[in-house]
Design a protein around this ligand. Structure first.
Ligand SMILES: *[C@@H]1O[C@H](CO)[C@@H](O)[C@H](O)[C@H]1NC(C)=O
Ligand SMILES: *[C@@H]1O[C@H](CO)[C@@H](O)[C@H](O)[C@H]1NC(C)=O
Ligand SMILES: *[C@@H]1O[C@H](CO)[C@@H](O)[C@H](O)[C@H]1NC(C)=O
Ligand SMILES: *[C@@H]1O[C@H](CO)[C@@H](O)[C@H](O)[C@H]1NC(C)=O
Ligand SMILES: *[C@@H]1O[C@H](CO)[C@@H](O)[C@H](O)[C@H]1NC(C)=O
Length: 640
């Protein structure tokens, strides 16, 4: 037994020599317990991987030579509705922190509250706009500040015991996220968030900011007494020097940090899949880790993963050209979407090994993949049928002259159907139906018969309607393709401005009114189950080319994996299908769209089981004539 005096001595030594992570400004290094410390970290977003795979991926990060993991917290995942919180399953962020700790990784925590991350609305919950229609996020708007405080009061105490100063592994905590890129430079908001964050972290972890080294973004995002860092991807020697010099303008001394060194890039639908070269990355990494910089680096992403359900975000790069992100967030990262080691992983690991000691961990082969036997699906019901409406639709709003947005309907994502009668007189044939502010994509029907599509992405705002349709019911089925996650205040969804039809010669536009509005949120899988169990006598019909002329259809099938078969990851190869969402065993695995470039949807084996696996497809547009579902043992991004 130790004598009390000795215990006291140990206590003092511990207190003084340990549990401090700080900046040595004069020597341009971090100090961990008084000793110089460098990190090579990697981003891994827990909300983009099945929780049963977290540990495996964290270990592979450590095996790659990384000594830290960088994580964002997705507010909208944990707080999906006002006052409702979720900390289980994929939302068990505390378990993620524990696993990272066990895998010997330091943790760089980026709680936001805004995170960008190519996630819907940059992680800010949609309901902020339901509650406060005029909210100005990321500013000193009192409503926003109050909600952030409420959120942080729920979130931040969960991290207290994991802070470095309290014996845990969280060494750094970010305040805001690339705030300079938001351009509004609200000093009061920055100070508010710094102070709020530090009430929870005290001095037990280092607060930091991250900004791009362009324009005046570093100055705009810089917060007094908060450690500043930059982010940039592949760069020449001269560009690395330039970028770090920009950081030096706001922070003349201290260690240099690239908080987002881009290993790949995000991809939107209808554009080529993004790739970044491994050799160029390795070269830039070497420059940053060497003299004179000896920088600390975080790979963004080290493992990318999947944008499940309706979480994928979108961009418009500030030029109003809306582009929705694909479901895969593979990102061309060193660990692929299924978590396999890529060639890029090995090259980066060998560079890291020149600067940090590599741990003696095995480098596993890729996990087993399978091309399961094709299965057949059958049509269950149409969304516009009475049973489809009763099971999947919200209680309609009737006789409304106002076009309610998703946010006004208190609906996160999915779809909203707007229905009304066309004018009874057309003197033009065809007349032009115009939806000026559509967010984001609409399938238009007349009396349950498809007539065309409108698209924000492709700037298609109007549709000719032939005279024979005068007086008939028009139905505009609007898809939310994901809220913009960068530089935008709030990308509200639905139809934001009145719908008009040009029934007479110009300039005679008539405004449509008396709308019936029905939401299809697809948030509760039990509603689909109820539909499958209860549906009436739906007769499936479609055109010769497979187009679903009577509206979106739910299909169901069973993937039967026999008892002695090994479970393995697979991909749904959907090239013969159109556009929609896939649910496997009740899990919404994300959107698919055969426009590409993504042509396969990843299904981790953790979503599968031996025996019967339910396979439910919500198809909006087109189904193959054989209703066959094909699997693949590899991802397809329409590349040669
Ligand atoms: C929390 O989220 C998980 C994953 O999305 C979900 O399965 C679970 O039902 C949610 N729990 C609550 C209490 O909403
Ligand atoms: C923020 O914290 C600093 C330092 O504790 C304090 O001086 C200042 O008054 C605080 N500002 C606000 C707006 O809370
Ligand atoms: C699927 O349907 C085709 C006919 O379209 C049939 O030949 C095949 O046996 C079916 N497959 C299964 C697994 O039921
Ligand atoms: C839209 O329609 C409503 C109802 O008819 C009308 O009150 C409003 O002024 C219209 N708004 C615009 C921007 O035209
Ligand atoms: C699945 O396989 C099992 C065992 O081979 C069989 O008993 C069952 O009927 C199959 N289910 C379907 C839907 O084919």
């Amino acid at each position: 037994m130790l004598r009390p005096v000795l215990l006291l001595f140990i206590f003092f030594v511990t207190c003084h020599a340990q549990g401090r992570f700080e900046v040595d400004y004069d020597n341009n290094v971090f100090l961990k317990d008084g000793e110089p410390f460098h990190y090579v970290a990697g981003s891994f977003h827990y909300f983009r991987a099945h929780p049963d795979t977290w540990q495996d991926k964290l270990r592979k990060m450590r095996a790659g030579g990384l000594n830290a993991v960088d994580i964002y917290v997705q507010w909208s995942l944990h707080n999906p509705k006002d006052g409702i919180y979720n900390w289980t399953g994929i939302a068990d962020v505390e378990r993620f922190i524990q696993l990272a700790t066990e895998e010997d990784l330091y943790i760089i925590l980026r709680p936001g509250p805004y995170i960008c991350a190519e996630i819907d609305n940059g992680g800010l919950p949609y309901w902020l706009a339901t509650k406060y229609p005029n909210i100005q996020v990321r500013s000193k708007d009192q409503n926003y500040l109050n909600e952030v405080e409420t959120w942080y009061t729920q979130l931040m105490p969960k991290f207290t015991k994991y802070l470095y100063g309290n014996g845990g592994k969280i060494i750094m905590v970010q305040v805001e996220n690339e705030y300079g890129a938001y351009k509004i430079c609200d000093e009061e908001y920055k100070i508010f968030l710094r102070n709020l964050t530090s009430t929870f972290t005290e001095d037990k972890a280092l607060l930091f900011t991250t900004d791009r080294p362009i324009d005046n973004e570093l100055r705009c995002g810089y917060i007094e007494n908060v450690f500043a860092t930059v982010d940039f991807g592949i760069a020449s020697e001269a560009e690395v020097a330039y970028n770090f010099n920009r950081l030096r303008e706001v922070q003349p001394k201290g260690p240099l940090v690239n908080s987002e060194f881009y290993t790949g890039w995000l991809t939107h639908w209808q554009e080529p899949n993004a790739r970044r070269g491994a050799a160029e990355l390795a070269e830039t990494l070497k420059i940053m880790l060497s003299e004179p910089y000896k920088a600390n680096v975080n790979f963004y992403m080290f493992f990318g993963g999947t944008n499940y359900a309706f979480w994928a975000g979108a961009n418009d790069w500030g030029i109003g050209k809306y582009m929705a992100d694909i479901t895969s967030y593979d990102y061309d990262a060193p660990l692929s979407e299924p978590g396999d080691l890529t060639a890029k992983y090995y090259i980066l690991r060998s560079v890291i090994g020149e600067y940090l000691q590599l741990p003696p961990l095995p480098l596993p082969d890729p996990s087993k993949k399978r091309k399961y036997e094709s299965i057949n699906v059958t049509a269950v019901d149409n969304l516009f049928s009475s049973t489809g409406r009763a099971n999947l639709g919200s209680k309609p709003i009737e006789g409304s002259d106002k076009l309610w947005t998703f946010e006004e309907l208190d609906q996160f994502s999915g779809f909203v159907l707007y229905e009304t009668k066309l004018p009874t007189v057309f003197t033009r044939d065809p007349a032009n139906l115009v939806v000026e502010k559509l967010r984001d994509r609409a399938l238009v029907y007349i009396e349950n018969r498809y007539v065309g599509a409108l698209s924000r992405e492709n700037a298609i705002k109007s549709l000719p309607i032939s005279k024979g349709n005068a007086g008939k019911k028009v139905q505009i089925f609007v898809e939310n393709q994901g809220r913009i996650n960068f530089q935008d205040n709030f990308d509200l969804k639905g139809i934001l401005k009145n719908v008009t039809i040009q029934t007479f010669f110009e300039p005679y536009y008539e405004e449509l009114s008396d709308w019936t509005i029905t939401g299809y949120p697809f948030e509760k899988y039990s509603q689909i189950e109820d539909l499958i169990n209860s549906h009436g006598n739906y007769v499936y019909s479609r055109s010769k080319n497979g187009f679903l002329y009577e509206g979106p259809v739910i299909f169901k099938g069973t993937l039967n994996i026999s008892g002695d078969e090994e479970l393995a990851d697979t991909w749904w190869s959907y090239k013969n299908w159109g556009k929609g969402s896939l649910f496997v065993n009740g899990n919404n695995l994300g959107r698919y769209w055969s426009i590409g470039p993504q042509m396969t949807l990843y299904i981790a084996k953790e979503f599968l089981k031996r025996g019967e696996n339910s396979f439910v497809i919500l198809e909006l547009q087109r189904a193959p004539s054989d209703l066959k579902v094909d699997f693949s043992n590899e991802a397809d991004y329409n590349e040669d």
